[in-house]
Write a protein that binds this ligand. Structure first.
Ligand SMILES: [Zn+2]
Ligand SMILES: [Zn+2]
Length: 305
């Protein structure tokens, strides 16, 4: 009973987390994940705003508005910190729960170091995408971008950015959060606190792909840790003898699962988390790779595809 409560709690937490972080992604359009995302990010906040206004009056409302302006309409490092907390936290939980079983029956000691290296490279891609120039268009380089991205007079005709007062090369866009024009603009990424454009799309793609691979690596390594523990403790042998089951995988499997959930619930929860995140990243990567291959961006109108 207790294990099932734990599993349900883990799944519910995961659902809320995924909805909150990724609910606005195009692959979730029209699903309940999108609706949960809308409630968490907008619906619940709306109630909160009314509550603040009710309790603190207009001064409270104004304070809240300036916080909202800072968090949502200006470049800020809040979500960047969240990324670091998530990757650091996951690595911390894996290290504290599983590193004392490494080296184990199926896993050599080198994975203590390679896992650290893998996370380090992931953070490096994160920093590269965050602090690289996305391809900012300014008066000095606008002529260069204009010849690289000429107007086709179908979707993109000669225009000037009303804020920057410089011509807008085809496929560029003014990012309202960063307040600058970016060439081959894809989207503004809150995770990176940077726009994704002409010059850093490749780092962004490498970031997504690498994090997908880290999740798969973590999943396999944890599975091997648990398999090793089962081998070392002779779990199959003991359960077979205890329940008097003759070599039947179907009958033995529930007892093995129960034993795993009892003895290694942290690892199981981390594995579920990694599996969900890797699926999301795979979906996101495929979506973006398709756009790259057809040479379009998230920003561009549907007709161009
Ligand atoms: Zn502009
Ligand atoms: Zn931006």
């Amino acid at each position: 009973m207790a294990e099932w409560l734990l599993v349900c709690h883990g799944l519910a937490t995961l659902l809320v987390l995924v909805s909150f972080l990724c609910g606005q992604w195009p692959i979730f359009q029209g699903t309940f994940i999108h609706r949960i995302h809308f409630f968490i990010t907008f619906g619940a906040y709306d109630y909160f705003r009314r509550f603040i206004h009710f309790v603190c009056g207009s001064r409270g409302s104004n304070a809240l508005l300036s916080v909202e302006y800072y968090c949502c309409d200006r470049p800020n490092p809040i979500i960047q910190l969240l990324y670091l907390i998530i990757i650091g936290g996951t690595y911390y939980f894996i290290a504290t729960s599983s590193f004392n079983y490494i080296p184990g029956y199926y896993l050599s000691g080198v994975h203590r170091y390679t896992s650290f290296l893998a996370v380090g490279v992931g953070i490096l891609f994160f920093l590269l995408t965050s602090f690289s120039d996305p391809g900012v268009v300014n008066s000095a380089n606008v002529s260069q971008y204009l010849s690289a991205y000429p107007y086709d007079n179908v979707i993109f005709s000669e225009k000037e950015c009303s804020t920057c007062k410089i011509p807008k090369p085809a496929r560029s866009k003014h990012c309202s959060i960063c307040d600058r024009c970016v060439a081959r603009f894809d989207h503004h990424c809150a995770w990176m606190n940077n726009c994704i454009g002409e010059r850093n799309t490749r780092y962004f793609m490498a970031f997504i792909l690498w994090h997908f691979l880290i999740c798969i690596y973590g999943l396999i390594a944890l599975a091997l840790v648990l398999a090793g523990r089962m081998k070392e403790l002779q779990v199959i042998h003991i359960l077979t003898a205890y329940y008097g089951i003759e070599n039947s995988f179907r009958k033995l499997a529930p007892f093995v699962v129960q034993w795993l959930l009892n003895a290694y619930n942290t690892q199981i929860l981390i594995m579920v988390f990694l599996a969900v995140i890797s699926l999301l990243l795979a979906g996101f990567f495929t979506y973006h790779a398709k756009l790259c291959l057809t040479n379009t961006t998230t920003n561009e109108p549907k007709e161009i595809k």
